[in-house]
Design a protein around this ligand. Sequence first.
Ligand SMILES: [Zn+2]
Ligand SMILES: [Zn+2]
Length: 419
Amino acid sequence: METRSDSPRWLIDFQCPRCAGNVCLEETERIFTCAWCRVKLCLGSRGPLECYIPAPPGPGENVLYVPYWRLKGMVFTCTAGSIHSGAVDLSHIALTAKTLPWSLGIQAQLTRLRFLAPGVAGTFFAPTLTIGQAIAGCEPNFKQLGVPPWTETALHRAWIGEQTSLLYYPLARRDGQIVDTLQDRVFESVGQWDARAPAAMQPDVQVRFYAATCPDCGVDLDGDRDTLVLTCRNCDRAWKRGSEGLEETPFYVVPDKTGEGQFGLPFWRIRVDVEGISLASFADYVRFCNLPRALTPAMAETPFFFWVPAFKVNSALFLTLIRRVTLFQWQGEFEQRLGGLKCHPVTLPAEESAESLKTALADLAVDKRTLLPGLEDLRIVTKEALLVYMPFRARGGELIHPQIPLGIQRKALQYGLNI
Ligand SMILES: [Zn+2]
Ligand SMILES: [Zn+2]
């Protein structure tokens, strides 16, 4: 279940909307530069991206496309004794059909995808399970397979930064049987299938392309693959990628005057209300974690913020970053210009980052016995979230910060780009 950065990835073939050249994109990428006409475009979709695996050219049979949910992201599982974390890359059938495989095998990943569009020949079945129901469906299957941490009873489970998409898999009617057009598997008789066939749907246009250029000054924006925030070096502004276009988004930078090879890691600085737990001031936080610090009156006056990575990274490091950068608790001024800062991509929206806070509380709390049983029902309300770039310095293969005791392997950041 763990994603490895070298695991096979789904690739989507399509034509550049500007020059009709053949281009190809990884399943999770949303920004691309056409190799033929060099135009840089963003890809937007309302709702999850929908793709299909074209059936191999056959003897003119009617292809039946069955929907599967795809999900990639990080998952945190809090059990009575510990926190398990990992990356997930899974698929689950999006309708109820016990005779069909519940998950797409790894073999299917060797085939190429296309965007769903009107006019594709075949019968497409509409999903009847939500992504939440599909995830719930995965749990007993993983449990049965003995895949940790699913075998343990979770007090709380959080899915962070999950990218979901729908993938239609090709079946066909052949000699009175419903068969797999890619792997020659036979699932059931046509009679059985037809007796409870799901409702068919008309594929719709779903993907939109728009230029990845600054809406203000027209230069190509910085940012690629699946970053949510693109930046303009020319006018020092940041733009959020939406389903239909770009929208200006505020950002802040922790100043670092040294100008040494700086690398900005994006964080969400989040102020929350936690029901039943006082975390309004830095003094509250020191008490909650039982930190070895003498409490001063100033600490009781200082508002407290969580600092949560705005990017995906291996989940153990994600929790460490919350711990260290939250403890650092930058209280100085912010700048609102990037200057020469090299920015790591923002791959988690604020809401997704905030979903890790229950896990972070479980990680930080000194009194875990009181906190853990009520964790699932704990109400956390985000009051404010600011995007802040924290400058780190490159030292060999590591990023370091003079005031935060932590070396971040650049390889780990690279790995995070594939989660
Ligand atoms: Zn092109
Ligand atoms: Zn600009």
